[in-house]
Design a protein around this ligand. Sequence first.
Ligand code: CDV
Length: 313
Amino acid sequence: MRTVVVGAAQLGPIEAEHTRAEVVERLLVLLRDGAARGCDAVVFPELALTTFFPRWFVDDIAEADHWYETEMPGPDTKPLFDEAARLGVGFCLGYAELTPPDADGTVHRFNTQILVERDGSVVARYRKVHIPGHEHHEPDRPFQHAERYYFEPGPDGFGVWPAFGGRVGMMICNDRRWPESYRVMGLQGVELILCGYNTPLHYVPDPSQDVLQGFHNALVMQAGAYQNGAWVVGVAKGGVEAGVDSLAQSMIVAPSGQIVAQAYTAGDELVVASCDLDWCKRYTGTLFDFDRYRRPKVYTRITSQRGVVLSDE
Ligand code: CDV
């Protein structure tokens, strides 16, 4: 048995006026709780250091630069790294990243998540691939979801890294709805997938989906876990933030697709599960033995084509 004890460190709302230092204090409480409960790793949500700022539009994007991190760790986040190393508990953290200028002066903005080992060292950085929402101001909405204005898609795709005695991958929020995210990691032998999310309960383009948010959240992560024989840890920033109610229901899903632990509040809460990475083989070595059963020759549309093409026209 290769067991990794993982904590899903759900956060309740972070308001615009909350400082990084205040938020990091909350993260430290959850990290220490994780240490007391035997965690090897604690997983924080998407954009865990700030409020979900893409709900507001600013005409000059530089006015929003204060929501982004220009270094990691920086002065406000260093205490988290130091405490992780002291406790011997790793973590996964989502935040907005502003890169240094390229040679031509261009800066890049990404929705980023990092993986930190138990000694406080950064093992990997992942930048969100599937950016949802809209690029322009949509004044008729009750709130914006302008992620496509604030972030460019991560160019590096989905990686898998050796960490915590296993093979660990990352994805962020909307990525969890796309089977390609899991499968690209599955094809790299992923055993543990870490995912932070901010999911408003009200889906403006189609409100009929509002009552299904919890169902869809579980549906995609349970399917992704099962079909790729991997553990999936989904961690919310939930509750009512700046008047917008967001899904909580953080969960840890086994390679069988079963939910083995789930948050029951919409606030700061740590949900812990012991994840046996050898359990993955039960699925990747049988029903989902990719090498034996996959038929890549007939899947070429998945990478050669983006949208639907009607073959009868
Ligand atoms: N932060 C997100 O990526 N949220 C999306 C919403 C906009 C649908 C999600 O997939 O939950």
